[in-house]
Design a protein around this ligand. Structure first.
Ligand code: LLP
Length: 432
C-alpha cells in the first residue's frame, strides 16, 4: 500500500499535489508519505503482535531524521551499521537501547561509542570482532551484549548484489562454526551472550527461503538459548516490496508463480514464521528497511530535453544516477509516472539523466506517455536506498527531501548548496 495516487489527472502524495511540491521546491525532489511509513510499520507490528518483539528499522534504507522520528514515535528501534548511524538515531530522537549494530567492519572507536550509548546488541560477524568487542568492553569496564549472525548458507534467490546468506558472501559466521564460537565467547569476561541473529538477503518477495533458513537454524537456536540463557532471536530483515505493479496485476504468470509460493507480505510472514518462532519463547527482533520505507517515497524530476537518436526516444531529465543509483547498479525497476496526466500517445522511451555514463538511465525502451520539455515525472518506490545512496558525482548537489502528512508538508532536508559540495576541500598551499 502507498499513498501516491491520482486525484483526477494529478498525482497526489496523501492530500498534497506532488506537482505543487515540485513547483515550490524545485526538482530533483524526494517526497515521503508519513502515513505510508506508519501504515507499513503498523502492519508489521500487528503481524508480530503474538510475539514479544521489537522492530529495528534498518536505517541504511533511509536515514532522514524525519523518517526516523516518524518510526521512533511508533516505538521502532533501529538497525545501525556505523557510529554515524547511531549518532543519527540520537539526533532523530530514537533510543540507542533499542538499537542493534550490524556490519562486518566495526572499528574500536565505533564499538566504544556504541557501548557508551548502551545499545541493545552487537550483531557479530566474525570471531575476531567478538574478541575486539570483549577487549573494548574490558577497557570500559562493561559487559557487551552480543549476538552472533549465523550465515545459514541458504540462498535468498534475489539479486546477486543483495544476497547475503550463503558462503559466497562476506556476512555472518558459518552455520557449522556457530556452536563452538558461542562456547568460546561464553568464556570471555566482558561478553554477554544476549541473542542470536541471521539475515539472508534483501528484496525477498518469496517466503520460502526465509522459512527454509529459519527451519535450518531453529534447532541450533534452541540449543544455544538453553545453554546460554539467550534473550532474543532475530531472523533479520529483507522483506521485499512490489516495484512493478503491472507484474502484480494478477493475470501475469510471474505474479501467479509468486502468489502460489506465498508472496512475502506481513500476513504471510506471520502465517509461516509465527508457528516456528512462538514456541522458542524468546524475544523476536526483525530488521526491515525496504518494506517500511520503499513505497513511501518518490523521486520527482523534470524533463529537460526529448531527443531522438536512431530508433531511440531519450527523455532526458534533471535527476540522474547520482540521485537514484538503483537502476544503474542493480538494473532495478522503478515505475515512472507523470505528475499531471495528459493522455495522448505512448512512446517507447529511455528515461536518462545528464551524467556522462551510459549506465545513467532510469528505464530503457519502456512505453511511456509522450512528454515534452518542462513536464514532470515521479519515479515511484524510491524511498529505500534512494537518497541514502546519492552522491555528488558530477558536482551535482543532493536533492531536497520533503515529508507529507495529510495536507501538511515540510522540508525534511534542504537542497544541498553547490558551494557546500567542496566545503571541506582546499587548494593546497604549494599550488597557490
Ligand atoms: N539487516 C542486515 C544485516 C542487512 O544487511 C540489511 C540490508 C537489512 C537488515 C535490511 O534489508 P531490507 O529489509 O531493507 O531488505 N542497496 C540495495 C539493498 C542493500 C541491502 C543491504 N542490507 C538496494 O537498493 O536494493
Amino acid at each position: 500500500m502507498h499513498l501516491f495516487r491520482y486525484v483526477g489527472k494529478n498525482l497526489f502524495c496523501e492530500g498534497v499535489s506532488v506537482d505543487s511540491l515540485a513547483k515550490k521546491f524545485g526538482t530533483p525532489l524526494y517526497v515521503y508519505s508519513q502515513a505510508t511509513l506508519e501504515d507499513h510499520f503498523q502492519k508489521l507490528d500487528s503481524a508480530l503482535a503474538p510475539l514479544d518483539h521489537l522492530i529495528c528499522f534498518a536505517m541504511k534504507a533511509n536515514s532522514n531524521l524525519s523518517v526516523m522520528r516518524t518510526l521512533a514515535n511508533r516505538g521502532s528501534g533501529f538497525d545501525v551499521v556505523s557510529a554515524g548511524e547511531l549518532q543519527r538515531v540520537i539526533a532523530a530522537g530514537g533510543d540507542p537501547k533499542k538499537c542493534v549494530f550490524a556490519g562486518v567492519a566495526k572499528s574500536e572507536k565505533e564499538i566504544e561509542f556504541a557501548l557508551q550509548k548502551g545499545i541493545y546488541s552487537f550483531n557479530c560477524e566474525s570471531e575476531p570482532e567478538i574478541l575486539r568487542i570483549n577487549k573494548v568492553a574490558a577497557r570500559l569496564k562493561k559487559r557487551a551484549p552480543i549476538a552472533v549472525r549465523i550465515n545459514p548458507n541458504v540462498s535468498a534467490k534475489t539479486h546477486s548484489k543483495i544476497t547475503t546468506g550463503t558462503y559466497e558472501n562476506k556476512f555472518g559466521i558459518q552455520f557449522e562454526h556457530v556452536e563452538a564460537i558461542y562456547a568460546r565467547a561464553s568464556k570471555l569476561k566482558n561478553i554477554w551472550l544476549r541473542g542470536v541473529q541471521m539475515h539472508i538477503g534483501s528484496q525477498l518477495t518469496d517466503v520460502t527461503p526465509y522459512e527454509l533458513a529459519v527451519k535450518k537454524v531453529l534447532p541450533l537456536v534452541k540449543k544455544l538459548a538453553a545453554n546460554y540463557k539467550l534473550e532474543f532471536f532475530s531472523p533479520g530483515g529483507g522483506l521485499g516490496i512490489i516495484y512493478n505493479p503491472a507484474l502484480a496485476s494478477g493475470s501475469n504468470e510471474w505474479w501467479q508463480s509468486k502468489a502460489a509460493k506465498g508472496i512475502l507480505t506481513p500476513a504471510v510472514y506471520a502465517e509461516k514464521l509465527l508457528p516456528l518462532l512462538k514456541p522458542l519463547g524468546l524475544k523476536i527482533l526483525i530488521e526491515p528497511g525496504r518494506f517500511i520505507v520503499g513505497n513511501a517515497g518518490a523521486l520527482v524530476t523534470q524533463v529537460e530535453y526529448v531527443k531522438r537518436t536512431g530508433k531511440k526516444n531519450f527523455v532526458i531529465v534533471d535527476a540522474a544516477m547520482n540521485d537514484l543509483i538503483r537502476p544503474a547498479f542493480y538494473d532495478s525497476y522503478h515505475e515512472i509516472v507523470p505528475l499531471v496526466k495528459k493522455g495522448g500517445v505512448t512512446v517507447s522511451s529511455d528515461v536518462v539523466g545528464g551524467i556522462c555514463e551510459s549506465g545513467d538511465y532510469f528505464c530503457k525502451d519502456r512505453p511511456l506517455a509522450k512528454v515534452g520539455e518542462g513536464d514532470r515525472l515521479a519515479l515511484l518506490s524510491a524511498g529505500a536506498y534512494g537518497f541514502v545512496m546519492a552522491s555528488n558525482y558530477n558536482t551535482r548537489p543532493l536533492a531536497v527531501e520533503v515529508l507529507v502528512s495529510g495536507k501538511k508538508f515540510a522540508v525534511a532536508r534542504e537542497r544541498q548548496k553547490v558551494k557546500d559540495i567542496w566545503a571541506g576541500e582546499k587548494v593546497v598551499a604549494w599550488l597557490k
